[in-house]
Design a protein around this ligand. Structure first.
Ligand SMILES: [Zn+2]
Ligand SMILES: [Zn+2]
Length: 145
């Protein structure tokens, strides 16, 4: 089942507030099963190709090795995420980029994401204002930061 939060992440790449538990499908931002792709396509009206561009597997074979990830089995993601240092459940961010664009680029979830090439500054792991970690579904996230 695709949750609202997972849908928000898949469609915007943005960590969304989640009222549920950590059962939110981490794989949604990594790769899509045919069923979840179909569901997202129906729910959002976006084309399959557009939805696939929002998944980390677009980097597979370049900066990301997703071997070991089994479609539909989220547990398989844990070891691969650690190995690849990718961030399916959290993200780094460039505050000036966020202020300017309001967009949360997918590459900020890659382990190699360290510096914003535009602003030439280190990406942050926590909100510089309130200190909340940029975690998907983090409690304590403030809408006004
Ligand atoms: Zn930036
Ligand atoms: Zn904050």
């Amino acid at each position: 089942m695709v949750t609202t939060a997972a849908l928000a992440i898949a469609t915007t790449g943005t960590p969304a507030l989640d009222t549920g538990t950590s059962r939110v499908a981490s794989l949604v931002v990594v790769t899509l099963t045919p069923a979840s792709l179909g569901g997202l396509r129906d729910a959002t009206g976006l084309r399959a190709a557009e939805l696939q561009q929002m998944q980390l597997d677009r980097y597979a074979g370049t900066v990301l090795d997703l071997s070991g990830v089994e479609l539909g089995r989220e547990a398989s993601l844990t070891a691969v995420a650690a190995r690849e240092r990718m961030m399916p459940t959290w993200s780094r961010a460039c505050p000036p980029c966020l202020r300017r664009d309001g967009v949360w680029p997918l590459w900020w979830r890659l382990g190699i994401a360290a510096v914003c090439p535009l602003h030439r500054r280190l990406l942050v792991d926590v909100c510089p204002r309130c200190g909340v970690r940029l975690l998907r579904g983090a409690s304590g996230s403030r809408a006004d930061c």
